[in-house]
Each structure stands twice: as C-alpha cells, then as structure tokens.
Design a protein around this ligand. Structure first.
Ligand code: SF4
Ligand code: MG
Length: 321
C-alpha cells in the first residue's frame, strides 16, 4: 500500500541533495494467495524496483507491504530474517545471480545452511528433492554453473528459491535472458510448481504474450505508477487506460479472425522519473489528454468490477458546479 521507492540525487562538490528519482511513486495492489499477478511496462518503469522493495532487497522510502499479516518494511532485522523463507525471488539473469565458484549443490544448499539445522544427510536429500522438482539431473549436483545451459541455470535459480518452502515468489523477468525455444519450458515449470506447491507469484515481465499466458490479473506500470490493474482477459480484450491500450496494441491477436487491433504509436519519450509531469504522469504522451490531466493527478479507482484504473477519462472527477 502506498509503496514509494525514491533514490536521492546528490549534486556538486558538496553533494547536496537536489532531488529524487521517483522509481516507484505511490503504488498499491493486492495479490491473492495462489494467484499470479503480472506486472508489465516498458523497461525503466519501476517494475523491478517494486519487486525488490516488496522483498526489502531495497529499503522502501514509504509504504506498507503486508505478507501474511506482517508488514515487511517495519520488521526488525531478526524478525525479517525469520520471514525471509516465506518470500523469495527468481532473478532475470541466471548467469549473473549464480556464484560461478559454487557447485549446484552448494548454491541450492546455501539457504538451507542459513535458515535450517539439517544434518549433512538431510540437507543432501533436500537438495536432491529440489533438483527433482525443477527437472535437474541429480548426477550434476557437483558441477559448476558454467557447465549448464541458460535454461538449466534458471532451474538452479528456481530450486534455490524453493529451498525454504516459500509461499510467495517474485519472478523478475525470469525468462528474458533465455532463448525463445526454452522460455516456454521455464514458464511451464513455474506454473507446474505453483500448482503443486501452492505458490503465489508476482510475475514481472515486458513480454506481454507470456504474461497473458501465465497471469490471472495484470498490473500495467508507467513511470513509477500503476495505470491499470485488471483481470487478464479483461485487460487483453479491452484495456481501459490509454497507456495500457497503447502498450497492448503491439501484442499480436491470437485469433486470426478477430478484428485487427490498430497499433498505437506513442509520440515522445518517457519523462525522467526525477522530474515527472504535473497531473497525470502520462499527460505528455497520452493521445486522449484533456486540460484537467495536466493539473490533477488521477488516482487508481475502480472503473468496472475488479478493474482499477488511474485516468480522468475513465473515472471522471465529479463536477462541483
Ligand atoms: Fe490520458 Fe488524461 Fe487519462 Fe492521463 S488522465 S491517461 S492524460 S486521459
Ligand atoms: Mg527490470
């Protein structure tokens, strides 16, 4: 709720604090147990920062992140350490997130060392179980990451994330660094694990076709804020926010007989998150901009059952006259 992640800007020899990069600026949403919430938007819109702030890999500037009753940003260090097993992350680049000097067994076993008192035998049994779950051959337990393909490395990263029986996993572009031919395999594995283990996902991606495949609901981000959150089918069939409409106009229609969508090309660049426009943050590029949009910031509000949209066109300000 009201999550903010500002990165301070310091300038000059005296390193004066002259402003903030508002990477995440007042973001609120709910994820229900067992569902997948897709988080989409162009690179730089703040979606990865949301994922990291939720898991407190960054210290949020403001806001609440309640997971199973605990407000994560408010937890003291020891309470946060105890909570860690519940919430895990699968990173974008398995190459960069795996220590090249550790064997697969050491990588998957590291969280077990930190958070459990398993004996050597119990730990090895758990490592093997995790390797089975993600489809890695147990015979490879003593190999190093370089010996694996990109897809296999991502399976190692997923096994590590599963080691402590999490309930909630932030998947940050988990397939973006993989060959197209194996992206579907990794996504299918994530879906399969979700069913078997009752996992809840925040699935961050700029791949709108993949999100359509995996997500139950989708949040669309632009310039540090949420433009729309809707059930997946509603969003893809009929995006309400003008930015969501433009973003989704680039997605190919799966139904070849369906009406062809008109591709909407946005003019101009995304403004700097250090200096977002007054009013609606999309007003500098919105094809439907109105005078009010440059003055008053639209708040995310219910536009239809289950659909939240931040736009004056969709949720007009009640006239006071
Ligand atoms: Fe466009 Fe105005 Fe809606 Fe913003 S509030 S998305 S500028 S119509
Ligand atoms: Mg990112």
């Amino acid at each position: 709720s009201n999550l903010k992640m500002y990165f301070p800007i310091y300038t000059g020899l005296l390193r004066r604090h002259t402003g903030d990069v508002k990477a995440v600026d007042d973001v609120s949403f709910t994820i229900r147990a067992g569902e997948t919430l897709g988080l989409v938007g162009e690179s730089g819109c703040g979606k990865s920062t949301v994922g990291r702030a939720i898991l407190r890999l960054y210290e949020p500037t403001a806001g609440r992140v309640v997971i199973d009753g605990d407000d994560i940003p408010a937890l003291a260090p020891e309470a946060l350490r105890k909570k860690r097993p519940v919430m895990q992350m699968v990173f974008q680049d398995p190459q960069a997130s795996l220590n090249p000097r550790m064997t697969v067994a050491d990588i998957i076993g590291e969280p077990l060392d930190e958070h459990t008192n398993l004996t050597g035998q119990e730990k090895l049994a758990r490592i093997y179980e995790l390797m089975d779950q993600v489809g890695l051959n147990r015979a490879f337990a003593n190999r190093y990451p370089f010996a694996f393909s990109g897809g296999q490395r991502q399976r190692i990263g997923i096994a590590r994330a599963l080691a402590l029986n999490p309930r909630f996993i932030v998947c940050d572009e988990p397939i973006a660094a993989l060959d197209v031919s194996i992206q579907a395999q990794v996504v299918n594995l994530l879906e399969d694990l979700q069913d078997r283990l009752g996992l809840t996902y925040l699935f961050i991606s700029h791949d709108l076709s993949m999100v359509r495949h995996i997500a139950d609901r989708v949040a669309v981000m632009y310039l540090g804020q949420i433009a729309e959150i809707s059930p997946r089918d509603d969003l893809y069939a009929n995006p309400l926010h003008p930015y969501a409409e433009a973003l989704l106009s680039a997605v190919p229609e799966p139904d070849p007989n369906g009406a062809a969508r008109q591709r909407i090309i946005l003019k101009g660049d995304v403004p700097s998150p250090a200096n977002p426009p007054k009013g609606c943050n999309f007003c500098t590029r919105c094809p439907k901009v109105m005078p009010v949009c440059r003055e008053i910031e639209p708040k995310l509000a219910e536009a239809a059952p289950g659909r939240m949209v931040a736009c004056h066109l969709i949720n007009p300000i009640p006239s006071t006259g």
